[in-house]
Design a protein around this ligand. Structure first.
Ligand code: HEC
Length: 195
């Protein structure tokens, strides 16, 4: 191929694409300028006078539950319902019922002691015998939580109706058996307490 014909071939091709400096469209510039001005306006128009550490102006006390606000029902669902069922009806032969149970409705002292230290050994509930293991809650519940659960069991669960207790009562029960580290032995330990 002669040099001349090569040159003609090159002339027929389009040139390679290349980038040109295209100006930014004026609409985009306008938007950027608008945002910029709005930003400056926002900074100067904001109220920055409050203490930044409180963010939305709430203080620590706003997050603390007022006294008596511990939810006994919620604690029951979280800690007891797995065994005694959400209805409190228990599971026949395995987990005794809390609804209508003499241990729940009679002396609140005994109910608190059961919850503090748990039970092993045979226990009779509503005429049926059980022989399982009830875990202790003395470390899981503080006095306020214990009080809330006791009162939920005695005054709400499944229509149970017995007098509620206060926190001083639970505290005193805890102190009475502060040295105890094992479970109550079913009827043998607990029945005499009901007398
Ligand atoms: C791991 C299963 C389990 C959990 C969790 C449990 N219990 Fe029990 N509970 C038992 C068993 C089993 C017995 C019977 C103990 C026995 O046979 O010696 C019992 C007995 C009782 C009794 C005496 C008998 C009765 O039915 O009235 C009470 C009251 C009681 N539990 C309350 C509670 C409360 C309140 C909670 C939650 C704070 C709770 N239990 C959590 C298994 C459990």
């Amino acid at each position: 191929m002669s040099d001349n014909r090569k040159y003609e071939a090159q002339q027929r091709e389009y040139s390679d694409p290349e980038e040109n400096a295209a100006p930014i469209p004026w609409v985009v510039l306008l938007i950027i300028a608008g945002l910029f001005l709005w930003g400056i306006y926002y900074i100067f128009s904001s109220d920055l006078s409050h203490d930044a550490t409180v963010g939305d102006n709430r203080i620590v006390a706003d997050f603390e539950l007022p006294e008596g606000a511990v939810d006994g029902h919620q604690l029951f669902v979280a800690q007891c319902a797995a065994c005694h069922q959400a209805t409190g009806a228990g599971v026949a032969g395995v987990f005794p019922p809390l609804v209508g149970s003499e241990w729940v409705l009679r002396k609140p002292e005994v109910l608190v002691q059961i919850m503090l230290h748990g039970i092993t050994g045979e226990i009779t509930v509503k005429g049926n015998k059980y022989n399982g293991a009830m875990p202790e809650f003395r470390e899981k519940f503080n006095d306020e939580e214990m009080t809330a659960v006791v009162n939920y069991l005695r005054t709400e669960l499944g229509g149970n109706s017995a007098d509620p207790v206060d926190m001083a009562f639970v505290k005193a029960e805890r102190e009475k058996t502060a040295d105890k580290t094992d479970h109550w032995n079913g009827d043998a330990d607990l029945a005499p307490m009901e007398e």
